[in-house]
Design a protein around this ligand. Structure first.
Ligand SMILES: [Zn+2]
Ligand SMILES: [Zn+2]
Ligand SMILES: [Zn+2]
Length: 259
């Protein structure tokens, strides 16, 4: 006997629909008025198409490169980011300090509400190639961000380097992640890598979930699908703790286990 039970499903029109009807419905929506984003020809055959995370469709034969940052099909000019491949024009252009500062203030406000206080730090924006040159000892692709303890600097104890060739959403996720490394380091927590990274990613995930943009949802779903033992698996383990007992329980576990 089949015991699976559909708990809830909702369509864009807000009408409940059973699973088989839903598949039919989406196929209908997809096929109507759909044109290849490259050649502009109508797409008739649902099996022979390629779709990006934003529902842009192309003939399979025209499937364009995807931007490594936002995962969109790249249809206009593209930017080569060393180690990663191609970014769309928007994600590949270097971000400004004004954009970064706006992001920083917003993350500060978010963490302050969670009673997470980050020690003073210096922020540095660097293009991909400069990041790569600087971190060539550690990585073969430029890191999106990195946190440092700066012993010789009398004004700031810490520094965060941010790769400037990423979208505002990606920069937000990166900075929110790095700041929780500073939080851990400042408190002398010595969590093993999976918990240190998983915790930082949980903070980044929660911050990005407050941003009301399609790319934020794509960023979050990529985190949920990440297979890496530290950034993916350990992150989801901590997220489960968060889902059941809340943020304070996660912080308490980190403090009690690793201090
Ligand atoms: Zn085409
Ligand atoms: Zn992009
Ligand atoms: Zn990290």
């Amino acid at each position: 006997m089949k015991t699976d039970r559909l708990i809830s499903s909702i369509t864009r029109s807000g009408v409940e629909m059973p699973e088989h009807g839903r598949r039919f419905f989406w196929r209908g929506v997809l096929m109507r008025n759909t044109r290849c984003i490259v050649c502009g020809e109508p797409v008739h055959d649902g099996r022979n198409i390629s779709v990006d995370d934003y529902n842009s469709v192309s003939c399979a034969s025209h499937a364009p490169e995807r931007c490594f940052v936002c995962n969109r099909f790249i249809t206009g000019s593209r930017v080569v980011v060393p180690g990663y491949g191609y970014a769309c024009k928007e994600c590949g252009k270097p971000r400004s300090y004004a954009e970064l500062e706006k992001v920083r203030l917003s993350i500060n406000a978010f963490y302050a509400k969670l009673h997470m206080f980050i020690p003073g730090y210096r922020l540095v924006l660097l293009p991909g190639q400069t990041m790569l040159d600087k971190y060539v000892r550690y990585f073969d692709v430029p890191p999106l961000g990195a946190a440092w303890k700066e012993d010789g600097n009398p004004d700031y104890g810490y520094r965060v380097d941010i790769m400037s060739q990423q979208s505002v959403i990606s920069m937000s996720s990166t900075l929110a992640h790095e700041l929780l490394h500073l939080w851990q380091f400042y408190r002398g927590l010595e969590a093993p890598t999976p918990y240190a990274e998983g915790f930082c990613n949980l903070g980044a995930f929660l911050y990005v979930s407050t941003l009301n943009e399609d790319e934020a949802l794509v960023n979050m779903s990529r985190m949920m699908e990440n297979r890496d033992a530290d950034y993916g698996v350990a992150f989801r383990r901590l997220k489960l703790l968060y889902d059941m007992y809340g943020w304070d329980a996660v912080v308490k576990a980190m403090k009690e286990t690793w201090s």
